[in-house]
Design a protein around this ligand. Structure first.
Ligand code: NAP
Length: 328
């Protein structure tokens, strides 16, 4: 099997976890890293060895030995950085939030199609074992018809926190950073809502510090919440007419345990999962590798349509809650 040669664009916090997890995927190889400053890229490559160390993103995307680039910059910069990769026909795995708004996301996906190049949103949660198991149980009818879904994600950033969390120019705010997880879950399990309500409380920079969202469906309701102001359980409940599944603490990550409450009886089944070898990003890396080995331009699981629906929904939520960015 040929090796898929990875490049990393932006050597920040998440890029380090991702680079560490590359080693768990047999046919993946980190060949190049690119940062705005050579010293940053060199430090990164000292910790996560890569053959090529680039002092600019332009140099990275021009490297002929790179097959696919992981874009790990703040979401306010995903659009220009992804376009740069695609212009050089590099396959792209782009961090969430995929873009600031639907318009940017559509341009990125349309450009990938025009260039006949693979692009996927790095929605790692969807590829984790507990999430797959939850989907399987729902498909088997264990929950019945989903009537109610609640999910929240909240933490208080501890200083010194990255500028990107609160800076509107970088896409700051809780919604685009962590609100995407509860929203993804509701869209994945219930589809496009018939009606959306949302409110927020602002941080001093004007971005949302907290955002509460309600999705209304013909016969279901989803209540979703994200916050930079409270340390929350970051769990999710999926309740149906036959049972309930609870994704416990940090439901978006690989350490979650899954609880199933069947029927009306107050009994609980606790389900265990294989422990991730790394931080959990190895599952999305494996998936991208499989797509690229098969010559796909789009993931069959994290489809372009799914990414666009998420971005379109975020636009509606922002309009309702009054969350604005300069690029809108
Ligand atoms: N999937 C997940 O679990 C997860 C977790 C955390 C974050 N994320 C996402 O990953 C992305 C990056 O988050 P992060 O926490 O890694 O951020 P971070 O630590 O602030 O790193 C972002 C990197 O982007 C680069 N960059 C380029 N232009 C920049 C600018 N004008 N201002 C700041 N940084 C700039 C910098 O890299 P160089 O200086 O090296 O070029 C910086 O190190 C975000 O979209 C975030 O939502 C995903």
């Amino acid at each position: 099997m040929k090796k898929i040669r990875w490049g990393i664009l932006g050597c920040g916090k998440i890029a380090r976890k991702f680079a560490s997890d590359l080693r768990w995927v047999e046919d993946a190889e980190l060949v190049a890293v690119g940062a705005r400053a050579l010293a940053t890229a060199q430090q990164f490559a000292a910790d996560f060895p890569a053959k090529h160390v680039h002092d600019s993103y332009e140099a990275l995307v021009g490297n002929p030995e790179v097959d696919v680039i992981y874009v790990a910059t703040p979401h306010g910069l995903h659009h220009p950085h992804v376009m740069l990769c695609l212009n050089h026909k590099k396959a792209v795995l782009c961090e969430k939030a995929f873009a600031i708004n639907y318009r940017e996301a559509k341009e990125m996906i349309d450009f990938a199609k025009a260039k006949n190049t693979f692009i996927m949103e790095a929605f790692w949660t969807r590829l984790l074992p507990h999430y797959r198991k939850m989907k399987e149980m729902i498909a088997e009818g264990k929950v019945g018809k989903i009537k109610y879904l609640t999910a929240e994600f909240g933490f208080i950033p501890t200083p010194p926190f990255p500028q990107r969390l609160y800076d509107p120019a970088l896409g700051g705010g809780a919604l685009l950073d962590i609100g995407v997880y509860p929203i993804f879950l509701a869209l994945d399990l219930l589809g496009k809502p018939d009606h959306i309500d949302a409110v927020m409380t602002p941080a001093p920079t004007g971005v949302d510090e907290q955002c509460a969202i309600r999705f209304q469906y013909k016969s279901a309701i989803a209540q979703l919440f994200c916050s930079f102001a409270s340390n929350l359980a970051t769990g999710a409940d999926i309740g149906g007419d036959k049972g309930r599944i609870r994704l416990t603490h940090r439901f978006h990550g690989p350490t979650s345990n899954l609880e199933y409450y069947p029927g009306i009886v107050d009994t609980r089944e606790s389900i265990d999962f294989e422990k991730a070898k790394g931080h959990g990003y190895e599952y999305e890396i494996q998936h991208v590798n499989e797509c690229l080995q098969q010559g796909l331009m789009e993931s069959p699981i994290l489809t372009h349509e799914r990414t666009l629906l998420l971005m379109q929904t975020l636009d509606i939520i922002r309009a309702k809650a009054g969350i604005k960015y300069g690029v809108d």
